[in-house]
Design a protein around this ligand. Structure first.
Ligand SMILES: Cc1cc2nc3c(=O)[nH]c(=O)nc-3n(C[C@H](O)[C@H](O)[C@H](O)COP(=O)(O)OP(=O)(O)OC[C@H]3O[C@@H](n4cnc5c(N)ncnc54)[C@H](O)[C@@H]3O)c2cc1C
Length: 495
């Protein structure tokens, strides 16, 4: 007889997304029975772990792919505004967690670090100047500095300017002191530790979800114990598939019509990690550049100060690569197993339309240490090979979906797919990712718990946790200033 247990809510995967949703739900309704199932033996061991992502608190201060240049030469800042607002929402929720001793020490997961954009060449300098001017129109970007002065940029980012030939090529940079480095792994583990202290929350590690089927009003979820191989079932009214790269296969197994036509395009990642303490100490910024023409957004190079386990670190990358695995701890058959009759067409068409991307990823994978050093030298001209080691980063599964015009398209953002009856939702994609986890989960609550969300108790609690909830930060500079003053104070950040 197989073991069967019941829950109101089942969260699949113990990464930052499930942690955020679980925490929000339990704070909104303490009576909920929540089960969390994770195939690995600890929380945040895939993309949410510190070394598996870049730890950038994405606020669109330095990421140039969020501010594309339009055909008329003007800069589109709409995506940057949305991301900056979302990060303010995350910081408010995290501040609530700190104020209420749910997360103890903010410096264990978030630290101030200037966010710098750096470019070279006349065209790129013009672009950065225009971007800076455009961003000045919104108070979310107040405090940003722009410079074309070598000496000033060298004060901001000495490693980037050391031994750089600026006689023949113009350079420019912007700097935003409000930027952050976030250890999403540490934050996730803190949230899970606290979740376990609530009544009626259970986390099951070493348990892989194999199948999901709906019978009447309940999802029957088949779980395999990784150690014994035994199967059990969890029966839940609501299921969130927060399995990172593993979300797509489970969503397809759920059989909901909304999942039809979705496919995934996996991309592996690597960093160069600095091993020389003297070099690490000379850099104090996250420096983002422009992706090479024709390369995908996830290839934007950056030279990043990180804080991991209380130690300052320095990484450069990412170096993306072609893979068929959906998770770092996944199987080489993941991609092939995800091909179904209803997604084969969009996958093939998106694949054919993105042959240059596949070629780029294979080329990246074939790079020699010297090739990687050349890429690093564009940001740190004095870099030496023996000061850096190659480390593996997390995997992303980019979303492929049906498109009426094209047949199939590849997307680089995140997307929540949910059933019409609101009983199941999955998060696909990886960008801007963990930084916007709180906004993503608030959207999911609006979609899947609309009646509960109308209740006064939920509304009041959400406003207590996120003071700007339901209001627009982009249009209310006084509110933004109040919110920022509070979050920077509570989280120990620089304003
Ligand atoms: C190279 C790289 C750089 C990034 N940089 C940034 C950044 O700078 N800033 C930022 O905000 N975001 C960044 N991201 C994105 C960010 O890491 C992700 O958006 C975020 O961690 C996703 O969290 P998650 O909870 O959805 O997934 P994950 O953290 O991957 O967690 C999913 C969990 O589900 C488990 N699981 C999978 N399948 C099953 C199953 N069948 N049964 C049970 N459990 C299962 C996995 O083991 C895993 O623990 C980056 C990502 C990558 C790969």
């Amino acid at each position: 007889m197989q073991k069967v247990s019941k829950a109101d809510v089942l969260l699949i995967g113990a990464g930052i997304m499930s942690a955020t949703l679980g925490m929000l739900l339990k704070l909104l309704d303490n009576s909920l029975q929540i089960r969390i199932v994770e195939r690995l033996d600890s929380a945040a061991a895939e993309s949410s772990d510190a070394w598996n992502n870049a730890g950038t608190g994405h606020s669109a201060f330095c990421e140039l792919n969020y501010t594309p240049e339009k055909a008329d030469g003007s800069i589109d800042i709409s995506k940057a505004i949305k991301i900056a607002e979302s990060f303010e929402t995350s910081k408010q929720f995290w501040s609530y967690l700190v104020t209420n001793n749910i997360v103890e020490k903010p410096q264990d997961f978030i630290r101030s670090i200037p966010h710098v954009s750096f470019v070279w060449g006349d065209n790129n300098v013009n672009y950065l100047r225009k971007r800076y001017m455009a961003l000045q129109q919104n108070s979310l970007f107040e405090g940003m500095q722009f410079s074309e002065d070598d000496a000033e940029i060298a004060r901001w980012v000495p490693l980037v300017m050391k031994d750089r030939d600026t006689n023949n090529e113009a350079v420019a940079a912007t700097k935003m002191n409000l930027g952050t480095d976030v250890n999403f792994g540490s934050l996730t583990r803190c949230m899970f530790n606290r979740l376990l202290k609530f009544d009626d929350v259970q986390v099951h590690y070493g348990q892989e979800v194999e199948d999901i089927e709906k019978h009447d009003d309940y999802w029957h979820v088949k779980v395999k114990d990784e150690e014994t191989g035994n199967n059990s079932f969890i029966v839940a009214r609501f299921v969130f598939i927060g399995a990172g790269g593993g979300s797509l296969p489970l969503l397809l197994k759920s059989g909901i019509p909304e999942a039809e036509g979705y496919g995934g395009f996996p991309v592996s990642g690597q960093w160069l990690r600095c091993t020389d303490e003297a070099v690490i100490q000379q850099h104090h910024a996250k420096v983002y550049g422009l992706a090479k023409v024709g390369s995908p957004p996830m290839s934007v190079p950056h030279l990043d100060t990180r804080w991991i386990k209380g130690k300052q670190e320095l990484l450069f990358g990412p170096f993306a690569g072609f893979t068929t695995k959906f998770l770092r701890h996944g199987s080489a058959f993941d991609l092939f197993k995800s091909v179904k009759t209803d997604n084969i067409k969009p996958m093939v068409i998106a694949g054919l339309h993105n042959i240059p991307l596949t070629k780029y990823l294979i080329e990246q994978l074939m790079q020699s240490p010297e090739d990687r050093l050349e890429a690093l030298k564009e940001y740190y001209p004095d870099a030496k090979l023996d000061e850096w080691e190659l480390v593996v980063a997390g995997y992303r599964v980019q979303v492929i979906k049906k498109d009426e015009k094209e047949g199939g398209i590849l997307e680089f953002g995140t997307e929540v797919v949910s059933a019409a009856d609101r009983s199941i939702a999955a998060l696909l994609g990886a960008s801007p990712g963990a930084s916007t986890a709180v906004s993503i989960m608030l959207d999911l609550l609006a979609r899947c718990f609309p009646e509960k969300l109308k209740q006064d108790s939920w509304q009041q609690k959400l406003k207590e946790m996120i003071p700007s909830y339901g209001k627009s930060l982009k249009n209310d500079s006084a509110l933004l200033a109040r919110v920022r003053k509070n979050t920077t104070g509570v989280l120990g950040l620089e304003l």
